[in-house]
Write a protein that binds this ligand. Structure first.
Ligand SMILES: Cc1ncc(COP(=O)(O)O)c(C=O)c1O
Length: 229
């Protein structure tokens, strides 16, 4: 067998996270550790960020349960929400936060009675065209979710297609679309105070009783946290 080992430097990971947070001092930054933390080991990275990252984000319920079964108790956002209505019971049991980006997820949530209201992130497609409601539909869904007893700590979320590109043109377009929606929804918005070193995190706005805007993390690349031997 090819004797290849990748050593992950978790201090570098913590360093990168702190560095990214410095870029958005008025925000909280969620660490996306989907896809086994992009191959860096989700459980190990989650443990390394415990007490540092206010929340973690993964793609799906299986990734979240892997973390919970490893004893990770930090808040976890399901970036793609549920894939079947039956997963709502697990979201409730494991106190997960979930994105809602399509009508069937909305209907399933409204037909469900959780033990406690669920923190929901309404995903709007501000231009990446991967997942999310159109800004117009998002405005309607927002009104529904903000009245729903199943929901608490409602956030607006959007995925940026090219936040790591030198040319910030498309990012600016997406931010403008998101900010306009946030203003129509009367959701507070805080933008990074200075350009971010490419590419790291985009900040998350602290949850308030009211709704808030957020953007999400991308990849760690500031300081390569691994050495091939
Ligand atoms: C809002 C948001 N940001 C970031 C990501 C991370 O995505 P990617 O791994 O494609 O960079 C996702 C993934 O679903 C997301 O929904």
């Amino acid at each position: 067998m090819r004797p290849l080992v990748a050593k992950i430097d978790l201090d570098a990971l913590r360093h990168n996270y702190r560095l990214a947070c410095e870029c958005a001092p008025h925000s909280q930054s969620v660490a996306v550790i989907k896809a086994d933390a992009y191959g860096h080991g989700a459980v190990e990275c989650a443990r390394a960020l415990e007490g540092l990252a206010p929340a973690l984000a993964v793609a799906c319920i299986e990734e979240a349960l892997t973390l919970r079964h490893a004893g990770i108790q930090a808040p976890i956002v399901l970036l793609e929400g549920i894939f079947e209505a039956s997963e709502l019971a697990l979201v409730d049991e494991h106190r997960l936060w979930m994105a809602v980006h399509t009508d069937w997820q909305l209907e399933a949530l409204l037909a469900f009675t959780p033990r406690q209201p669920i923190p929901v992130w309404l995903k709007v497609d501000s231009g990446m065209h991967r997942l999310g409601f159109s800004p117009q539909r998002a405005e309607q869904v927002w009104q529904v979710l903000s009245q729903a007893p199943q929901v608490t700590a409602l956030h607006l979320m959007s995925h940026f297609a090219s936040a790591d590109a030198e040319d910030a043109g498309y990012l600016q377009q997406q931010m403008t679309t998101l900010q306009a929606l946030a203003e129509r929804l009367n959701a507070p918005c805080v933008w990074p105070t200075r350009p971010l070193p490419w590419p790291i995190l985009l900040p998350m706005v602290a949850g308030t009783a009211q709704a808030s805007c957020c953007m999400a993390a991308i990849h760690w690349r500031c300081q390569t946290p691994y050495r091939a031997s």
